[in-house]
Design a protein around this ligand. Sequence first.
Ligand code: PRP
Ligand code: URA
Length: 209
Amino acid sequence: MGNLTVINHPLVQHKLSILRNKKTGTKEFRELVHELAILLGYEVTRDLPLEDVDIETPVAVAHAKQLGGKKVGVVPILRAGLGMVDGIMSLIPAAKIGHIGLYRDPETLEPVDYYCKLPTDASEREMIVVDPMLATGGSAVAAINALKRNGCKGIKLVCIIGAPEGIEKVQSAHDDVDIFIACVDERLNDHGYIVPGLGDAGDRLFGTK
Ligand code: PRP
Ligand code: URA
């Protein structure tokens, strides 16, 4: 079973509360998603392997560390995942970015895929999938399926809010994937929205409603 890490850092929880508020406007919502992505990104990169390196400082040689091992790819699930990309990329600027386009059919709640463009060397990279919302889990499972079809291993999923149903679905479909999340909410409502959640993340990010 992949690990579920709930990041209950005070800054994460504080920012999440403002994000949930229906009075928070698009500009602030976007800034908060960006800031949360940095804070979650700090945790998701915690186990990146290091290698030894000697660095000449102005004073002496420092026996130091630098990132080693596999390179990283960041994969937002469109649209809302786009809001998390810059935050993660500010931590690992050498990462490459893939895009997976999915939307939920409002009737069936099943993900409909419309786009997939990954780095050509995706199968050689650690892939970090980002999406603020993990509701039924259908979109995340479909995105991870797409990565695995392209030969990716070592996949992590980073979300802001999840429903228990979605977490369970990802864990049972992909028991090798670690999930990093700011909060696990109570449940889904009849329309597949997370309760209490924050509403429609894509619409709130891009001002489309
Ligand atoms: C939202 C969200 C996730 C998905 C989660 O996207 O950003 O991708 O729903 O729901 P699920 O876990 O039940 O699949 P949406 O389908 O609204 O598309 P959008 O971001 O383009 O608005
Ligand atoms: N997608 C969202 O944006 N919000 C939800 O609550 C569920 C799916």
